[in-house]
Design a protein around this ligand. Structure first.
Ligand code: ACM
Length: 261
């Protein structure tokens, strides 16, 4: 399967313009699955809970439907991060996996980062894996990576590929992706944004460098830190389904769970 990470530079709150830009970027490069950043079309840096509520969209909103219609028209799936106004009245930091067949799978971020703890409810979906066109896909959002249990859980659930929507502000993940990929023998596709936001006197700089790493730790994509773009790679489930390291070791089968907390 040919997959793409889409690295953009959204303007805070300018949802319509940001969606137009994302769709134009996706239009420029063909792929079967597009993975977009966390908060891909809303901007990230909130200053209040009220602002989170004003910016949030329902999964069936016109904004999400624009991606669903694009997906159907192009026969490609799209996974994107967005601030979700949920049926339970809470606002979540979510990603939605949209298929051209009309499915929508919502994952809500399990590990909230920094001031997200003020603005969003902690995710309540937990981790899950969905198979699409022969590839088992798990969703994660940004800071989830810091907790190795997140990606390990997705690997144990059978993920071939972890679709990791991010707005990374710390310098670590692009290198840590190597470890997460080899320890689980999974593909990791991390889409990150670039640019800065400065609100209420606090400046956040997003690090770009979106990556696609294969189950052997090879970087199939290592995007620049300062340019937007759509970056693609082919993934092969034969690699992600072989958990053997050699004739004696299996990275999931050799776990000594009796010794783990
Ligand atoms: C992050 O979780 N957006 C750093």
């Amino acid at each position: 399967m040919k997959i793409a990470v889409v690295q953009n530079s959204p303007l805070f709150g300018e949802k319509e313009k940001n969606i137009n830009d994302l769709l134009k970027m996706m239009e420029s490069t063909e792929a079967e699955l597009y993975i977009l950043p966390e908060m891909s079309y809303s901007g990230y840096q909130l200053v209040s809970k009220e602002e989170a509520a004003a910016l949030a969209d329902k999964a069936g909103s016109d904004n999400i439907m624009r991606f669903a219609e694009w997906s159907k028209a192009h026969g490609s799936a799209v996974i994107l991060g967005f601030p979700e106004a949920a049926e339970d009245g809470k606002i979540y930091n979510s990603s939605v996996f949209i298929t051209p067949e009309g499915e929508k799978h919502i994952y809500r971020k399990s590990h909230l980062f920094y001031k997200e703890k003020i603005f969003y409810a902690p995710g309540n979906t937990g981790f899950f894996v969905k198979e699409w066109h022969g590839v088992r896909i798990g969703q994660a959002i940004c800071f989830d990576w810091y907790f190795s249990e997140s990606f390990r859980t997705l690997a144990l659930l059978g993920a071939d590929l972890i679709a990791h929507c991010t707005n990374i502000v710390m310098p670590y993940f692009q290198r840590a992706a190597f470890a997460r990929a080899i320890e689980n023998k999974v593909y990791i596709a991390t889409s990150n944004r670039i640019g800065t936001e400065e609100r209420d006197g606090e400046k956040l700089t997003y690090t770009g460098e979106s990556v696609i790493v294969d189950p052997l730790g090879n970087y199939l994509v290592d995007a620049p830190s300062d340019k937007t773009g759509v970056f693609t790679a082919e993934i092969d489930t034969k690699l992600s389904r072989n958990k053997k390291l050699n004739d004696f070791n299996d990275v999931l089968g050799d776990r000594r769970t009796i010794f783990y907390k």
